[in-house]
Design a protein around this ligand. Sequence first.
Ligand code: ATP
Ligand code: MG
Length: 413
Amino acid sequence: MIKKIKGTMDILPNETPLFRYIEGIMREEAEKYGYGEIRTPTFENTELFVRGVGDTTDVVQKEMYTFADRDENRSISLRPEGTASVARAIIENGKCSDPMPLKYYYIISCFRHEKPQAGRSREFFQFGTEMFGSDSPAADATAIALAASVLNRLGLKNVKLHLNSIGCKECRPAYRSELVKYFASHEDKLCDTCRERLQKNPLRLLDCKNPDCAEIAKGAPKTTEHLCESCSSKFEMLKAALDAMKIDYVVDSNIVRGLDYYTGAVFEFIAEGIGAQSTVCGGGRYDGLVESLGGPALSGIGFGMGITRLILALRELGLDKIDEARPVLYVAALGDRALIKSLEITERLRKAGKYAECDTVGRSLKAQMKYANKIGAQYTLIIGDSEIDTGKAQLKNMEDGSQTEVELDSFTI
Ligand code: ATP
Ligand code: MG
């Protein structure tokens, strides 16, 4: 038997209602905040992610699904995230001279070759938003408010906003060398990956999941104590805006984000009680990205929210039960004439917008009634030759057992 690839998932009709419910809230909230939906290709030139996500990141170095294209001598990758593609798309489609800001959202699958575990898969589903063309903290506050309102509407009271600022190209270099100095003095206790990070991407030392590294990280110099005046006043303004918008947060100096392009405000929404993969949403500012992809110097702020992690968080609170659709009517038929009539009736009701079912597998009348019960039909209608001859039948309300006579060719429910 051929099995699915490790780290991918089949989402069956008993689970899709929950996905659709979550995605519906995401769409509605995004549109209330003025974001329009963008759809970009599932695969891109590898170079886009190398430049856009950063060649020092785990995502690019270890996790990308990269392959040679069949007919051209070029390297292609499945998208590991959405931001680089959206940045490319706005440049390529000439949007950079539109009135600012540009606001886009997407619900996509992303692909990363990671170790599959609860909340971490190789194809995963993400709600992402990007806002370009504003470096104002008002833009940061709007993006965060959108993420918070999705989580709020889902009822996720177990999720907390962790906020930090990692500075800009003015203040980060000095901070970076402080950080390297600090971690170098503990180098013998760091994990192998962190020893590498010390050379290539020292900020990432702050969010290593290894317990020894995490313990050392607790004593590290804090980004927020090394911000330049501009970054510092923007961060204060963002906090004041969140206070005014009644969005709770904690300042958490260990939030640095995994991707190279982040600058300024960064944030994660972290769920309690769902195990190690607890970041349901991560985002921040990426002011250098558009320019690094060959566009103008447009700043940006966005986030990615993992849908399967949201489901884990919902499950933790018992909020993951969405009623499956129930048919309003099941027509049980005895004999071929009745079977054809049942198809005619169900089709008429479906055209009127109702969910109606009849037998399509050749069950006995008794088995049809049992099946109608199992799928939770609200009403049933039993028809045989005599009902077809009179044009009338008994419509049974399955909840209270009451019956009403109806005209087969004209009744509605
Ligand atoms: P993590 O630190 O958990 O690996 P990340 O920083 O790599 O996350 P992002 O690139 O910011 O994650 O992606 C945004 C969101 O997408 C994450 O906060 C998470 O909810 C979700 N996500 C990321 N990778 C996966 C994955 N492999 N499987 C499921 N969800 C994921
Ligand atoms: Mg990751």
